[in-house]
Design a protein around this ligand. Structure first.
Ligand code: ZN
Length: 512
């Protein structure tokens, strides 16, 4: 029996299927490195056969990641297993994750197969996968398990364990199960699968009724030892079990769940992981989202504020620092030097910035400090994530921006951009200042000819107050690939221009 609950992260596979959350290969690698810092047990890197991009991502992550197991999804057919194995070949700990549906409705309408046919196909697939290599682990998923016949699940799980599966996964594919009901199913499987000593039970729950975390916890209470989850709970439709909520529930309520139900997650990276995902995809979590939402630690009521000041634990069950969440307190000012900045950045967990990276952030910090009196840790986080995304090679950089706008004026942007020692200029009008800026940039980069589409534009205030730093995320698309650009500035119009140029630069860099 494992001594802890394993976290199988599927942000890069199931999560990536959510609208607006697709990531390119570099972004997936960046995310995978963060998942390794979080210390997840398994990273599901993709569904190798689904597209050349997915194949390349699984392969790249398999090479980069050291400690966690790397998994690729496959249907129970040889060509899927072959593709997944080709992509996973160089992983230190490879896992083939085979899925086939088991519910009557899926068998009848989707597969057109009898239970016996499905069982035989599952066993064949698991044996085929297991034969790929000595070190390969096989996980078997019974899709729509929560709506399947319990005894059929016992039968198919027992058979695939005999065939070599190390993990049997019980998905609540449609987010249909109630927590207590799902807990009973797990207890039933645990009691009736005769060879469970050689394998473990995993769960994969969706959030269609807002219960993914609750059903996962009920499963863990009843004997599941692996839980599939995603950062920020992203995923198909209403999403998956949210990793941060599940992990913190098990941690905060260890008194209730017991020590053997701990996870090995390094919780200090929970908030950085959530922020990284939002900055890559441009999809923000709602302010009242548990654990990682903007208001998760904000005490508004006077009684609560008073209580927290007297004794934190009166109204706080988690310390923000436990999940790597910086306080919004003043940290640095105009006169702070490069050394103070680099010390502070290390404290915030940015230990892998090289001197160039620090110089880059420092330059931005000085510009910001001139405009904004108080530089908070949140501002620094924004500067770093923006600074890290600077693209050096053949890139556009904003030189000057002048805007004319007002309620009686047609908004106009006058923009000059530097590109390979040349200064390019354009002046355009639009139905708003951002529209005018983007039209001027379109004109300079000749977007029409490049065939780039603009997907989203998101503005977010990093800190409170009218002098707050605005963070802008722009996503563009060319063919099937998306590129995300970020910009942070006290002037959201400047940040908008920077974010758009940043996205274009990334596109140029990757299309070289
Ligand atoms: Zn799913």
């Amino acid at each position: 029996m494992p001594k802890h609950i394993k976290i199988f992260d599927t942000t890069l596979r199931d999560g990536e299927q959510s609208p607006g959350c697709s990531m390119n290969i570099e972004e997936k690698i960046e995310m995978a490195k963060m998942l390794e810092r979080l210390n997840v047990d398994i990273i599901e890197a993709g569904f190798a056969i689904s597209s050349p991009g997915d194949f390349a991502s699984v392969e790249a992550i398999a090479k980069v990641v050291q400690k966690p197991t790397v998994a690729s999804l496959c249907r129970a057919v040889e060509k899927d297993i072959d593709a997944s194995w080709d992509a996973l070949r160089c992983a230190k700990h490879p896992r083939l994750h085979i899925v086939i549906a088991t519910s009557p409705i899926h068998l009848k309408y989707k597969l057109g197969k009898s239970p016996n046919e499905v069982l035989a196909q599952a066993v064949r697939a698991v044996k085929y996968a297991k034969a790929k290599a000595k070190n390969v682990e096989v996980e078997f998923s019974a899709e729509d398990a929560s709506r399947s016949d319990w005894d059929f699940l016992v039968k198919i799980f027992s058979a695939v364990i005999d065939a070599g599966a190390k993990v049997v996964n019980v998905p609540d594919t449609n987010g249909y199960a109630m927590p207590l009901e799902f807990g009973r199913l797990i207890a039933y499987l645990k009691k009736n699968i005769r060879n469970l000593g050689q394998a473990e039970i995993s769960v994969h729950n969706h959030n269609d009724l807002g219960l993914a975390v609750a059903t996962s916890l009920a499963a863990i209470e009843n004997g599941a030892t692996q839980c599939e989850a995603t950062i920020n709970g992203i995923g198909e439709r209403a999403g998956n079990c949210s990793l941060e909520e599940l992990v913190m529930a098990l941690k905060v309520r260890q008194d209730y769940y017991g020590k053997d139900k701990r996870t090995q997650i390094n919780t200090k990276f929970i908030y950085p992981a959530s922020r990284l995902l939002s900055s890559i995809t441009g999809v923000q979590v709602q302010p009242n989202k548990a654990i990682v939402g903007a208001n998760a630690f904000a005490h508004e009521s006077g009684i609560h504020q008073d209580g927290v000041l007297k004794h934190r634990e009166t109204y706080e069950i988690i310390r923000p620092a436990d999940i790597g969440r910086a306080d919004s307190k003043l940290v640095l000012g105009k006169h702070s030097g490069r050394h103070a900045l680099s010390v502070k950045l290390k404290e915030l967990g940015y230990t892998d910035l090289d001197p160039n990276g620090i110089n880059n952030v420092y330059a931005k910090f000085k510009v910001l400090a001139d405009k904004k009196k108080e530089i908070t840790e949140w501002d620094l986080e924004a500067l770093v994530s923006d600074g890290l995304k600077q693209v050096q090679a053949a890139s556009y950089s904003l030189e000057t921006l002048r805007i004319e706008t007002g309620n009686k004026t047609q908004p106009t942007a006058e923009l000059s951009v530097k590109y390979q020692d040349k200064t390019l200029r354009s002046t355009q009008s639009g139905n708003g200042p951002v529209d005018a800026i983007f039209k001027a940039i379109d004109d300079i980069i000749q977007r029409g000819a490049l065939g780039i589409h603009l997907l989203d534009y998101v503005v977010q205030a990093v800190t409170e107050g009218t002098d707050a730093l605005g963070r802008v995320t722009v996503r563009i698309k060319k063919n099937q690939k998306t590129y995300t650009g970020n910009g942070a500035n006290t002037d959201v119009l400047v940040a908008s221009a920077e974010a758009y140029l940043n996205a274009v630069n990334k596109y140029l860099l990757r299309s070289e």
